[in-house]
Ligand binder design. Structure first.
Ligand code: DCM
Ligand code: DCM
Ligand code: DCM
Ligand code: ZN
Ligand code: ZN
Length: 332
C-alpha cells in the first residue's frame, strides 16, 4: 500500500489493542509517532531505499510464482521465499524481535514499525504475486492518469475512495472501517479473521502453538510444514466454524501430524502464510479482471476493487492488533 493504506491499517489496529500491547506501543513509539501505529506505519517505506536499509526493500512482498491468469493462485514458502528474504519471514523475524527484552529500545521500536507496515502490505494482493513484478509492469490508467496496476492498488483507487467518500481524510476512513468492525457489515466476519491468531479456544491455541516437529510427515504424505498447516486450516474451514468441531478436528489432525504439546512461544510463520494465501487469491478473481484500456478508477473495475481494498485494510488492521495482543497480553 501507499501511505494512506498503511496509515489506515495502523489506525484500525490502534483501536483494538489490549492493555499491555497498547502500553508497549505508546512507550515504544513515543511522541515522535504520536504514540500511534497509524503515524508509524509508513516508516518502513521512508527508509527502504536509504543507505543502510536497502536490505529491507525485498521484505515488503513475496513473489508468488503462481498463474493467476490461468486461474491458479497459490503461495508457497519454499517456492517463493526459499532465500528467506520476503514478507513472510520478515513478519516472523520481527514478531520474535519485538518481544525480545534483550534487544535495545530502538531495535524493538524498529521491529514494531516493520510489523505495523508488513501486516499491511501482506493484505495487498499484488504484494503476494510475482506476475509482471506484482503488476508493476502492467500499464494502467487511473482517473485519466497513466500509472501501473500495482500503483493503482497501492494508491490510486484508495486515494480516490478516501477523497470522494471520506472528506480526503484517512482518519475518517479508518474510523469508518472501525465502525464496520464493531457494529457494521464486518462485525460477523471479524472473529473469523483471527482464526489463525486466536488463543481463546483450546484448538486454536494448539494450532497457534503448533510445533509440527520433523516435517514432512511421511504418513500424511505432506511435502512440508506449510502443507501440514494448509491441511489443518482447510479442514477447519470446511467445518461450519463451530469451535467444538474445530476442536475435535484439530485434535485428530494434531495427532495425525504428530505435533508436540503446545510450546511457550508462537510459531510466527504459520499465520503470515495463511494471510498471504488469502490475499493472493484475489489475483484469481478481481485483480486482473480489467478490460483493455479500461480506466481502473472510473469504471466497473473500481466498483469491484474498492470493497476488496476496504476489507483487506480493515482485516489487516484488526489482525495487527490481535497479533500484538497475543505477543504482549497473551490473548487476541
Ligand atoms: N515510497 C517511498 N519512498 C520511496 C519509494 C516509494 O515512500 N523511495 C512509497 C511510495 C509508494 C509506496 O512507497 O506509493 C509503496 O511502497 P510499498 O508498497 O512497498 O509499501
Ligand atoms: N536486523 C534485523 N533482523 C535481524 C537481525 C538484524 O532486522 N534478525 C537488522 C537490525 C539492524 C541491521 O539488521 O538494522 C544490522 O543488524 P546487526 O548489527 O545485528 O547485524
Ligand atoms: N513490489 C512488489 N513486488 C515486487 C517488486 C515490487 O510488490 N516483485 C512493490 C514494492 C512497492 C512497489 O511494488 O510497493 C514498487 O516497487 P519499487 O519501489 O521497488 O519499484
Ligand atoms: Zn506496493
Ligand atoms: Zn511496503
Amino acid at each position: 500500500w501507499g501511505a494512506l493504506g498503511h496509515e489506515a491499517v495502523g489506525y484500525v489496529a490502534q483501536e483494538f489493542l489490549a492493555p499491555e500491547a497498547l502500553a508497549f506501543v505508546q512507550s515504544s513509539l513515543g511522541s515522535t509517532y504520536n504514540e500511534s501505529l497509524g503515524a508509524a506505519a509508513t516508516w518502513a517505506d521512508s527508509i527502504k531505499y536509504t543507505k543502510g536499509y536497502t536490505w529491507s526493500s525485498p521484505l515488503h512482498f513475496v513473489d508468488a510464482e503462481d498463474s493467476p491468469l490461468s486461474g491458479s493462485c497459490s503461495v508457497s514458502e519454499t517456492r517463493d521465499c526459499g532465500d528467506g528474504d520476503c514478507i513472510l519471514t520478515a513478519i516472523a523475524n520481527y514478531t520474535t524481535r519485538v518481544a525480545q527484552t534483550s534487544l535495545s529500545k530502538a531495535q524493538r521500536q524498529e521491529a514494531l514499525k516493520f510489523l505495523d507496515h508488513f501486516l499491511g502490505d501482506i493484505g495487498q494482493p499484488l504484494h503476494v504475486e510475482a506476475y509482471e513484478v506484482g503488476g508493476n509492469d502492467i500499464d494502467a490508467t487511473c482517473s485519466g492518469k497513466s500509472t501501473n496496476l500495482h500503483s493503482a492498488w497501492d494508491t490510486g483507487i484508495l486515494s480516490k475512495n478516501i477523497d470522494d467518500n471520506y472528506a480526503n481524510d484517512v482518519q475518517t476512513y479508518a474510523s469508518s472501517l472501525i465502525s464496520k468492525i464493531k457494529s457494521g457489515s464486518y462485525k460477523s466476519l471479524a472473529s473469523g479473521w483471527l482464526a489463525c491468531t486466536s488463543t481463546t479456544k483450546p484448538a486454536a491455541k494448539r494450532f497457534l502453538h503448533l510445533d509440527l516437529g520433523p516435517s514432512p510427515n511421511a504418513d500424511l504424505g505432506s511435502a512440508s510444514l506449510e502443507d501440514d498447516v494448509t491441511r489443518l486450516l482447510a479442514r477447519a474451514a470446511s467445518l461450519d466454524a463451530g469451535f467444538d468441531e474445530w476442536d475435535a478436528e484439530a485434535d485428530s489432525l494434531v495427532g495425525l501430524v504428530g505435533a508436540k504439546a503446545p510450546a511457550a512461544t508462537i510459531t510466527p510463520l504459520a499465520c503470515p502464510l495463511v494471510w498471504a494465501k488469502e490475499s493472493n487469491a484475489y489475483g484469481c478473481s478481481v485483480v486482473f479482471s480489467y478490460t483493455s484500456g479500461e480506466d481502473l478508477c472510473t469504471s466497473s473495475y473500481y466498483t469491484k476493487a474498492v470493497p476488496v481494498i476496504d476489507l483487506q485494510i480493515a482485516k489487516q488492521g484488526y489482525r495487527l492488533a490481535a497479533w500484538l495482543n497475543v505477543i504482549f497480553d497473551g490473548d487476541a
